[in-house]
Design a protein around this ligand. Structure first.
Ligand code: HPA
Ligand code: ZN
Length: 339
């Protein structure tokens, strides 16, 4: 009886997760490249890939850390060449949003991954943006585009990307920082973030995914970020937890990503529940869903089961996704009212 009751309650929460409106704030558009599209584009663009079947791809998507993932991720991105490729990639993700009741999404793109192999910046942003506009027109999805600098490259290269972004100021709301974290502290990009802020871009940065709490401090103090992407290492620094709680700085947590990249051994050991108990401004995101095995709903559902979240905790996570977004205050209120 107890078992039956538990199962019924679980189904109720699962259904609630699926049907509730959600915002996604940590999503790399290149990380939504599903194997079927990867194969099609490799063929059409005549790009050699080291896989001959979906099964081979699945076997290769076994990562031991961030670095081992990024190698495969950048390799996959090589099949994206034409504006239509970026449109198709983005459109496929947006249909997924519609299916999952993600009503607002703020997506990252990595221009250096494309420009550095000869792809035109304009074509990348135009392909992505056209798909977003179509989704807005057809099913009312709202969105923001955040351009990320690759932190394993130098700041000079990031400045060049910022110059490109300035020509697309109407399409890009902010800048971020991603790629290999350890050995590339946020401070390295202080200058380019300052220039971005001076031009009115919002700022975010990956920090404390694998790297130390010190990198979170640096992102806050030197890059003046409005959100921290991941941030799960913050619990190792009590002063930092206090600061993040007092200022309610959003941490865009990605549970399935963290398990796939061995930041936590399994979902039961994820610290998201602890972060909620610390009253931190956390929510659930999918990061690179095609590589990590699930979009937002799966991230929420599996975390709820593994960490035994109550209905209230689930609601808090979903409300936090709107609170932490770059939507206008009135728009946030409208969505939050629905809970
Ligand atoms: N971390 C850092 N860089 C990335 C990630 C991530 O999770 N996904 C794509 N680029
Ligand atoms: Zn990420």
């Amino acid at each position: 009886m107890d078992y039956l009751f538990k199962k019924l309650k679980m189904n109720k929460i699962t259904e609630f997760i699926k049907k509730s409106p959600k915002a996604e704030l940590h999503l790399h558009i290149e990380g939504t490249l599903e194997p079927s599209l990867l194969f099609r584009l490799a063929k059409e663009n005549n790009i050699q890939i080291p896989f001959s079947s979906i099964n081979e791809i699945k076997a290769a998507y076994n990562f031991k850390d961030l670095e081992s993932f990024l190698k495969i991720f950048y390799q996959g991105s090589r099949v994206l060449l034409r504006e239509q490729d970026f449109f198709d990639l983005t459109w496929a993700y947006l249909l997924k949003c519609k299916e999952e009741n993600v009503v607002h999404t703020e997506i990252f793109f990595d221009p250096q991954t494309h420009v550095n192999r000869g792809v035109d910046f304009n074509l990348v942003i135009n392909g992505i943006y056209k798909a977003l506009k179509k989704a807005n027109k057809e099913f009312g999805l709202t969105f923001g585009v955040i351009m990320c600098f690759l932190r394993h490259l130098d700041e000079r290269s990031a400045f060049k990307m910022l110059d490109h972004a300035l020509e697309h100021k109407d399409k890009i709301i902010g800048v971020g920082l991603d790629s290999s974290e350890i050995g590339h502290p946020p401070k390295k990009f202080e200058g380019v973030f300052k220039k971005a802020i001076d031009h009115g871009f919002l700022t975010v940065a990956h920090a404390g995914e694998e790297g130390p709490p010190e990198y979170i401090w640096e992102a806050l103090n030197f890059l003046k970020v409005r959100r921290i992407d991941h941030g799960v290492q913050c619990l190792n620094d009590r002063k930092l937890v206090q600061k993040l709680r007092n200022d309610q700085i959003p941490l865009t947590v990605c549970p399935l990503s963290n398990v796939k990249l061995c930041v936590f051994n399994n979902l039961n050991q994820h610290n998201l529940k602890k972060m909620l108990k610390e009253k931190l401004m956390v929510m659930v995101n999918s990061d690179d869903p095609a590589y990590f095995g699930g979009y937002v709903n799966k991230n929420l559902i599996e975390s709820q089961i593994a960490l035994n979240f109550s209905m209230d905790e689930v609601k808090t996570l979903m409300i936090n996704s709107f609170k932490s977004s770059f939507l206008k205050e009135e728009e946030k209120k409208e969505w939050i009212k629905k809970f």
